[in-house]
Design a binder for this molecule. Structure first.
Ligand SMILES: C=C(O[C@@H]1C=C(C(=O)O)C=C[C@H]1O)C(=O)O
Length: 191
């Protein structure tokens, strides 16, 4: 009888494990939704290097408010067509744009300090923006697929893990790590 009693006391009941298992499953699928957001953000940031090179030596500013508004209008429109939240999409894209400028300013600072590192060829900004538009579209779709993950209470820690993984996969330097964190700042609803 004592053995049976202790077995009963230590063996977790089905009712006790079900919620934990459900949480594990939902965290797993939330991670599956947040991973692409971190990956696409890093991909978008990589275009910041090309934009920085396109603007280097032109005397023109890094900030282009008209282009930013165009991007924000386009992604809001796309979110509406997908039945996603346009306000959340715009909020996330404001961070994406700020992050791109963090990369661009950082690289221009680096190239001013050490002109030997500066690019010697200038990419066509219109071509780079076509690539950015493509990534924007993928990002809007990733945002549209992730409303539950973004409002989950454990969104922030899962996103941190996803970002760490992308950092390693892409061998990001300090500047791009800081920019990646900036780009993901408001992905989680409660953040
Ligand atoms: C990337 C660019 O630089 C800045 C960042 C933008 C963006 O991330 O979409 C848009 C305009 C610029 O303020 C660009 O000029 O295209």
């Amino acid at each position: 009888a004592p053995a049976a009693l202790s077995a009963q006391a230590t063996a977790p009941s089905a009712e006790a494990t079900a919620p934990a298992a459900a949480t594990t499953r939902s965290a797993h699928s939330a991670y599956g939704r947040l991973g692409p957001l971190a990956g696409l953000s890093a991909e978008r940031l990589a275009t910041g290097d090309l934009v920085a090179a396109a603007k280097w030596g032109t005397g023109g500013p890094i900030d282009d408010p008209a282009r930013e508004q165009e991007v924000l209008d386009a992604v809001a429109d796309q979110a509406r067509r997908l039945g996603a939240d346009p306000a959340a999409t715009v909020r996330i894209f404001r961070d994406q744009i700020e992050a791109s400028k963090v990369v661009q300013r950082g690289l221009h600072r680096r190239w001013h300090a050490d002109p030997a590192q500066a690019p010697t060829t200038r990419p066509d900004l219109d071509e780079v923006r076509k690539e950015i538009n493509r990534i924007n579209g993928e990002l809007v779709r990733a945002i549209a697929r992730s409303p539950h993950a973004r409002s989950a209470p454990y969104c922030a820690p899962l996103l941190t893990v996803a970002a760490a993984r992308v950092r390693h996969e892409r061998h990001l330097d300090g500047l791009h790590r800081v920019a990646l964190a900036r780009s993901l700042r408001s992905v989680c609803d409660g953040a």
